[in-house]
Structures are given as structure tokens and as C-alpha cells.
Design a protein around this ligand. Sequence first.
Ligand SMILES: Cc1cc2nc3c(=O)[nH]c(=O)nc-3n(C[C@H](O)[C@H](O)[C@H](O)COP(=O)(O)O)c2cc1C
Length: 326
Amino acid sequence: MLQTLLLPILLQNTALPRLLPGPMDGISEGSFISAMSSRGWVSAWWTPFLRISTGVPRMARLQNWLQPYLDSGLPVVAQIMGIHSERLAETAKRLFILGAAGVDLNCACPSPTVLANGGGGTCLLEPEWISQTLLLLREKCGHRLLSCKIRAGYQSPAEIPVLAAALRLGQPDLLTVHYRTVREMYQPIPDGLERLRRFRELLPDLALFGCGDIRTPQDALQMYSAARIDGLLVARGLLSNPRLLRDIALQCQGIPPVPVSEREKISFLRDLSQPSAGYSASSPNGFVLRLAGTLFGPDSQLFARLVQLRKLGPTWDYLGELLQQP
Ligand SMILES: Cc1cc2nc3c(=O)[nH]c(=O)nc-3n(C[C@H](O)[C@H](O)[C@H](O)COP(=O)(O)O)c2cc1C
């Protein structure tokens, strides 16, 4: 049964892997895309949200945004977020023309800025808006892979039945649930898997992907079997183990994963700090530092050294020197 997770799921004639990187604004971008793709540590991409506000972005802008993901040669689910259903639907249509494998409507983001603008997680307060927007996306995009990413309620998981009813009406091809509510932000909750199971019971015929706190292959397999989901997204777990999706795939085949070596981590960080990958060599290395902190720990010597270096150029050189050492 676990082997099913290794097979793509066919949605509207699009084969989508079932083990996916969760979208992470500010992280799954730029050099992270190429560093992960070139190592075979991901088999598809799910972009962070593109906010659609004042108008439908021009094709050239959409292409600029999507191209780094398309360059990976992997299927790409493009995520959009906003409150104007017509604009969202027109943007989705354009993204399909540009080569997206799927388009996902973000109804999940809990960021205070996003909520203040009425988008992301706020949409959960208007379930009928979700149904209508999904139906409009369908009208514009036809038989293309349409997805919706939500949290398990805005205030409380008691909202699950109403949300499930709205999704039944909206008929996306795929529903992804991060099992916390918007109000819960990222705090620990005891009943995440139970909430996913509830969605499964209420929407037995809809492809359902789960998401939340998957840090190890065991977490993934537990979510898969406890909630009978069809696939899963791993986000923060990739920051401490960027090979986690591969490890989950190995575990499904009964092969125990081997931890990422120190050398592989340094090589990964070096690829992230590559000055040519859309960053300027003189810009701060904050993004690389964040990953160094999660990979090596904030108390590690390597982290301390990268803090001293501050800029991407010197960081790239230093990590290159480390790789030269036997
Ligand atoms: C830094 C960061 C940025 C995120 N950006 C997005 C985003 O753009 N779109 C989205 O749907 N979810 C976003 N998420 C949520 C994740 O995709 C995921 O649903 C959530 O973190 C729970 O999964 P995890 O416990 O595996 O991290 C973000 C999460 C983090 C930590």
C-alpha cells in the first residue's frame, strides 16, 4: 500500500507526484529550486503564492515568475492568491498557457498582512466564495488540474463540514489541507491527523493531500495511513533535511534512508549561495544563513563563520574552500 505513494496520481490527464515540496514563500525560490532539482531531491514544484491584486499580471511578468520552476523540467503547480475571482481565473488560464501543470488557489496563508488584505486564510470565512471561485477557474481553464490549499478552518476545526461542503460544490481536482486552523498559525496541536481524517470522510471521492509537521519518513507514513490521504506536502522539514522527500520514497520501499553527510550539506549550501542564481554577490546571505542554521544548527562553527562573512560572494568562496579540503 505504501508503494502507492511512489506512483503519480492522474488528475485531468496530468501525472502529479504524490510526495511534494510544500510552497514556502522566501525559500522555495531562486537557487533553492536548482539546488534541489539538480540533486533529484524533488520530483515536482509547488510555487509559493503569487498575489493577484490590482490586475491580471501580463504574460511577460507571469513567465518571469514561473520560468525558474519550469527550467527544472519537473511538473509545476503554480499557486495564486487574491480576492478577485475573475482576475484569479484569468491568471490561471495564462499560467496554463505558459506551461504550469496545475494551478492552486491559496486559501490558507495566515500571514497578518495577507489576512488584512482579505486573501489567503481569510477566504475560509467565505466558503461560498471558494466554491464560486473554483467554478470560475474551471470555466476559464477547462479540463486542467485545479487545486485548492486550505487550513482546517479559520477559527476552529468545527468549520470542517462547511468547508468540505463548499469544496464539494467547487469541485477542484485536488484539495490540500494543512491541518492547523488559521488562528493556530504554527502552534502545536494534538489532533491534526484526526482533522485530516474528517476531510477524508466528508470528501471520499476527492484527491486529498495532507500537510503539517512531517519531519521524518515515519511522520509521513503515519499521516498517509492514519488519514488515508492520496499524497502529501512537506515544507519546513526540508529545511533541516532537504532530502526528506527522497527519504520518504526510500522508506516506502523498505530501504532505510542514510543521513545527509556534512559534505553534501556544504555542497548544497554552496549551490544556494551561488551569486549567479538571481542574487547579487554583494547582497546579504540571509537566506543561506537560515538554511545553515537549520542544517548545521545555530551554535555550529560553520553558522558562526557565515554570519561573519555576511555577503553571498564571500560565503560562496568560503564554502567552495571547505569543499576543496579532503
Ligand atoms: C517560510 C514559509 C513560507 C510559506 N509560504 C507558503 C506559500 O507561499 N503558500 C502556501 O500555501 N503555504 C506556504 N507555507 C505553508 C507550508 O506550505 C505548509 O503548509 C506549512 O508550513 C505546514 O507544513 P510543514 O509543517 O511541513 O511546514 C509557508 C510556510 C513557511 C514556513
